[in-house]
Design a protein around this ligand. Sequence first.
Ligand code: ATP
Ligand code: ATP
Lengths: 226, 226
Amino acid sequence: MKYIVIGLGNFGSTLASRLTTFGHEVFGVDNSLEKAEQFKDRITHTICLDTSKPNAMKNLPIRDTDIVVVAIGEDVGASILTTALLKQNNARQIIGRAINPLHRTVLESIGIETIFNPEELAAEMIAKQLEMQGVLESFDLADDSTILEIKVPERYLGRNAGDLDFEETYGLRLLGIKRFVEEKRIFGLAKKRSTFERNVNEEHIFDTNDILVMMGDMKNFQKMIG
Amino acid sequence: MKYIVIGLGNFGSTLASRLTTFGHEVFGVDNSLEKAEQFKDRITHTICLDTSKPNAMKNLPIRDTDIVVVAIGEDVGASILTTALLKQNNARQIIGRAINPLHRTVLESIGIETIFNPEELAAEMIAKQLEMQGVLESFDLADDSTILEIKVPERYLGRNAGDLDFEETYGLRLLGIKRFVEEKRIFGLAKKRSTFERNVNEEHIFDTNDILVMMGDMKNFQKMIG
Ligand SMILES: Nc1ncnc2c1ncn2[C@@H]1O[C@H](COP(=O)(O)OP(=O)(O)OP(=O)(O)O)[C@@H](O)[C@H]1O
Ligand SMILES: Nc1ncnc2c1ncn2[C@@H]1O[C@H](COP(=O)(O)OP(=O)(O)OP(=O)(O)O)[C@@H](O)[C@H]1O
């Protein structure tokens, strides 16, 4: 594929280099000569150009390019002008970066294929990774059925097992509650021993030592966290 | 879980809001009052505070917090001072954002659990998504075996089938090459018809109409694209 990536900040330069290592032909564009120089060994071609100027477009192989990515961040004006010029020059597919809702609205009105915000995407990703750390153990029974052990979510602490919303909301069945208890032994050495309570009383009040053992489709669990 | 997220830019505010919707108790911190106000309905608590000042730390519930995320971007100095103060105040787990290699090196030397760059993470993600668009069709034979039809990668164009590196590098077997040909019919109406060549000559030269039909473990293919 042939790509043009405009704006070689952290986001644009990483994208352009990655696409280059995947074997594509990538033109990396930036109006800072220093940036164009910095990445010339990691991107197929780099060009120093101010893409917010109409003349700039004739220096880019737009007609042969499959996808143009506008990765300019802070300079919203330059991002919008660049996008408008690309559209005017019949770029086949434009992907644009928006740094705030107004920026996004203007790009939408110009009419481009895809608009994203790198910082928001990364935050979603990291939030989900942090959430998956709550999963202590998982065991696949089948493609559509997994047994999960998860630390009881904060929002259930102090509430009754009867309040649990997992079942209706996510199709996950509570198999029971697992707890670790310390068992004193001969010579006073404490040892952790796990117990599993299969019959969970509706009146049971969740505390921080409760581990919920759930069964259901992993896709539903992922829908719950994401 | 209890979180503190410092810096409510695009990244920090999205992370803090997401964790809040997952049911965690989140303190969102920013030295801009406008930011603290803007997100007060989306984050459990928001506090206006300059966290690069030693006094700031006593206003944060650090001892009860599981994870502190330093999401300050541009102001590298503030990010570093904040991180150092958190470390000094025995924060249990610190996750930090670095906006360039030097910033990352300093945070590493302070000694925190995880360092990331949101723009780079998002670029990796988008590069992979664009790469997966090269997959025209896929059909799962089994958990560890998928048949994939992919447009011939740019880097093979003009080269011999004998040069193909998929097999040794990725354990993907080339089953054959599929092509669409136009077939003239009665009344001159052209119709696309596909053909599949199972015996690929080592001398065959790849061109843009070739579709590679590969078989192998999807995990290996994903390793190929990154
Ligand atoms: N008119 C323009 N033409 C070409 N490139 C431009 C133009 N305006 C800005 N750029 C480039 O876009 C790049 C990214 O923009 P931004 O100002 O957001 O930098 P950044 O904050 O380093 O980016 P990132 O958030 O990706 O790390 C910069 O390298 C900048 O030089
Ligand atoms: N000393 C400080 N104490 C607390 N918050 C701070 C401090 N310095 C900066 N911040 C906040 O950190 C936030 C993120 O920093 P940055 O300057 O990168 O903003 P941004 O570019 O909007 O962020 P993003 O890249 O996440 O969109 C800002 O909202 C800023 O007010």
